[in-house]
Ligand binder design. Structure first.
Ligand code: FES
Length: 96
């Protein structure tokens, strides 16, 4: 285990970016539990430092994708859901 920061450096409900082996890691403190995730959104690489922390998730400031802090899984409840193109819309655009 490599210490990267003191707990006192990450305020409650706050964040801190550290560098580990050339990778930016975002530390998040929620009521004394420190979570760590890459500071780069897996969607289009936006920094997660401005992400909103809510109910155990962090949402990307760019498009609103949410990720669970405990396991990094995408959360289905996005703040600004992307629109998906349905098959009917695709076929309609081919006809037009
Ligand atoms: S870059 Fe993060 S949701 Fe798109």
């Amino acid at each position: 285990m490599t210490p990267v920061a003191k707990i006192s450096e990450v305020p409650n409900f706050g964040k801190k970016v550290v560098s580990v082996s050339g990778l930016e890691i975002l530390l998040v403190n929620i009521k004394g539990t420190i979570y760590a995730c890459e500071n780069e959104c897996p969607h289009q690489g936006s920094p997660m430092t401005a992400g909103v922390i809510k109910e155990g998730t962090i949402s990307c400031p760019r498009h609103g994708y949410r990720f669970n802090l405990a396991d990094a899984r995408p959360n289905q409840r996005r703040r600004h859901p992307h629109r998906s193109v349905t098959e009917e819309q695709k076929n309609r655009s081919k006809r037009d």
